[in-house]
Design a protein around this ligand. Structure first.
Ligand code: C5P
Length: 304
C-alpha cells in the first residue's frame, strides 16, 4: 500500500430537489428532453470505499433494507465502469451510510453512484479527470452528473448536460418522506399517458425562476417552482395531495413533488418556519417523516 492508495476513502454526497422540472415529449430512445433546474440540499449519503478481494456492498441507515446490494446498485455499477475503463478489477468494498430517502425522487441512488465513483478513483489512484468522471456519471444515469457537481445547475438533454447556476442565498426546505416509493420510469410512463394526444412544448428554464435563484429570493422562487411530473406522481400516488396541503397550511411558501416523487418538498421563508413545518407535517398524519435541509449544498466531497 503506497501513500497514494489509502486504506479507505469516504465521500459525502448531497440529495437534490428540482426547483423546476420541465419535461418535453418522449424521444425516440424513450428518454425525455428536460429543462431540469437542480438544487443540491444538505441531506447526505456517505460512501466509503475500502480494499477488498471482490466487489461487495453493504448499507446502513433506517431504510437500508430497501437498498439493493447487488450489481443493480449504482454504486456497484460506478465501480465496475471505472475499473473497466482503467483495465483493472473492481476489488472494493463499498459501504453506504444512507440518509437520503430511498426511491423518493431526491437522487439518493444517483448520489451513491457519484460517491462510489469518486471514492474508487481516490482508492485505486486511477486519477480520472473531471471530464471522465462526468462522462461515467452520465452513463450511470441522468441525475448522476449533478450529484457529483452539486450547488445549483440547469440540466438539459435528459438532464445530464449541466450548466452551473448562481444561487444568491440559502433556501430552507422541508422534505416529507412518504410511506412507499415511486419508480421513476413508471412516473415518466404516466406522464406520457397523461399527455398523449396533446402538444407537449419543448422544455425551457423559466427566466423568473433563474432570477429568483440568483437573487436568493425565497418568495420569488416559491412563485416560480414547477414540476411537470407532479400530475403523473399524484395520479400514481393520490395521497400526496393531502401532504402538499398539510405543508401549505403549516406555512410553506410553496409545495411541490420532488422530482418523480413521492417525497414532497416545501420551501420555507427561513429556518424557523422550516422547523415549524417539519413538526406539523408528521403530526398531520399525511407522511412518514419530515426532514429539514438547506440548499445549495456542495457536490460529492472526499471527507476522509
Ligand atoms: O437516467 P436514469 O437511469 O436515471 O433514468 C431512469 C428512467 O427515467 C429512464 O429509464 C426513463 O424511463 C426515465 N427518464 C426519462 N427521461 C429523462 C430521465 C429519465 O424518461 N430525461
Amino acid at each position: 500500500m503506497t501513500p497514494s492508495s489509502p486504506r479507505a476513502v469516504t465521500v459525502r454526497v448531497p440529495a437534490k430537489v428540482n426547483v423546476q422540472l420541465a419535461v418535453g415529449a418522449a424521444r425516440a430512445d424513450g428518454f425525455h428532453d428536460l429543462a431540469n433546474v437542480f438544487l443540491a440540499v444538505g441531506l447526505y449519503d456517505e460512501v466509503t470505499a475500502a480494499p477488498a478481494d471482490t466487489l461487495t456492498i453493504t448499507c446502513e441507515g433506517p431504510d437500508a433494507g430497501q437498498v439493493p446490494l447487488d450489481r443493480t446498485n449504482l454504486a456497484a455499477r460506478a465501480a465496475e465502469l471505472l475499473a473497466a475503463r482503467h483495465g483493472i478489477e473492481p476489488r472494493v468494498h463499498l459501504h453506504i451510510a444512507k440518509d437520503i430517502p430511498v426511491a423518493g425522487g431526491m437522487a439518493g441512488g444517483s448520489a451513491d453512484g457519484a460517491g462510489a465513483l469518486l471514492a474508487c478513483d481516490a482508492l485505486w489512484g486511477t486519477g480520472a479527470s473531471r471530464e471522465e468522471l462526468l462522462d461515467i456519471c452520465a452513463e450511470l444515469g441522468s441525475d448522476v452528473p449533478f450529484s457529483l457537481v452539486g450547488g445549483a445547475a440547469l440540466g438539459t438533454g435528459r438532464g445530464e448536460r449541466l450548466t452551473p447556476l448562481e444561487a444568491g442565498g440559502t433556501f430552507h426546505w422541508v422534505f416529507a418522506v412518504a410511506d412507499g416509493g415511486l419508480s421513476t420510469p413508471a412516473v415518466y410512463r404516466e406522464f406520457d399517458r397523461l399527455t398523449e394526444g396533446t402538444d407537449v412544448p419543448a422544455p425551457e428554464a423559466s427566466p423568473a425562476l433563474l432570477d429568483a435563484l440568483r437573487a436568493g429570493d425565497a418568495a420569488a422562487l416559491a412563485k416560480a417552482l414547477s414540476n411537470d411530473l407532479q400530475p403523473a406522481a399524484l395520479s400514481l400516488f393520490p395521497s400526496l395531495a393531502a401532504t402538499l396541503e398539510a405543508g401549505t397550511k403549516a406555512g410553506a411558501l410553496a409545495a411541490l413533488v420532488s422530482g418523480s416523487g413521492p417525497t414532497t418538498a416545501f420551501l420555507a421563508a427561513d429556518r424557523e418556519s422550516a422547523d415549524r413545518i417539519a413538526e406539523a407535517l408528521p403530526a398531520s398524519g399525511t407522511c412518514r417523516a419530515a426532514r429539514v435541509a438547506a440548499g445549495p449544498a456542495p457536490g460529492a466531497t472526499v471527507t476522509g
